[in-house]
Ligand binder design. Structure first.
Ligand code: AMP
Length: 194
């Protein structure tokens, strides 16, 4: 299974991704984590990315794509993966489709973790982590709404989107995530499915 999890900052994507990779037994591909590792290692990509990330902006598509392409080519990703934080823009989604198609692969399903904006702000204020600078956090929400939300339509048109309610206890939400995955599995097993 090749699955994408999409959600605004503070939606609880990290927790659900962790559970989902254990459940699916596939590698977890988090571009945010790859970028943070590049920053720690002081690579040229990390130095470029840091500027954008500190301002709550998305890093350039080309930089992220190069990283993801390399990672998708490693053998452990052949049978599937969970994409977390990628794609985040329409060009990234189109390039991902292209990349997979050339390797006779496809995205099996996309899960949207839906959480209203006022709840995201309430959680952020309650958490008050050092990296949750309210200004940067608001910019990340705006960047989600303007650059990432259009992807939901893109995948809905492909019939791949499952939107789930991101409110409630982590276990309860994971139950909904699992139902979405089962729906993807049934679809790929159906005649004409992939
Ligand atoms: P995350 O850990 O997914 O919330 O990502 C942290 C930050 O890394 C984001 O706010 C962006 O600045 C950057 N980032 C992560 N993934 C991407 C991506 N696919 N495209 C552009 N920027 C990204």
């Amino acid at each position: 299974m090749r699955i994408i999890l999409i959600g605004p900052p503070g939606a609880g994507k990290g927790t659900q991704c962790q559970r989902l990779v254990e459940y699916l037994k596939v590698p977890h591909l988090s571009t945010g984590e790859m970028l943070r590792a590049a920053i720690r290692a002081g690579t040229p990509e990390g130095i470029t990315a840091k500027e954008y990330m500190e301002h709550g902006q998305l890093v350039p598509d080309s930089l992220v794509l190069a990283m993801v392409t390399k990672r998708l080519e490693t053998p452990d990703c052949r049978s599937g993966c969970l994409l977390d934080g990628f794609p985040r823009t329409l060009p990234q989604a189109e390039m991902l489709d292209d990349l997979l198609e050339r390797r006779a692969m496809t995205v099996d399903g996309v899960i949207e973790l839906a959480v209203p904006r006022d709840e995201l702000i309430r959680r952020m204020l309650a958490r008050k982590r050092a990296d949750d600078n309210p200004e940067v956090f608001s910019k990340r929400i705006v960047s989600f709404e303007t650059q990432t939300a259009p992807l939901l339509d893109y995948y809905a048109r492909q019939g791949k989107l499952a939107s789930i309610d991101g409110l409630g206890a982590a276990d309860e939400i994971f139950g909904r995530v699992r139902e979405a995955v089962e729906q993807f599995e049934r679809r790929s097993a159906a005649p004409g499915g992939r």
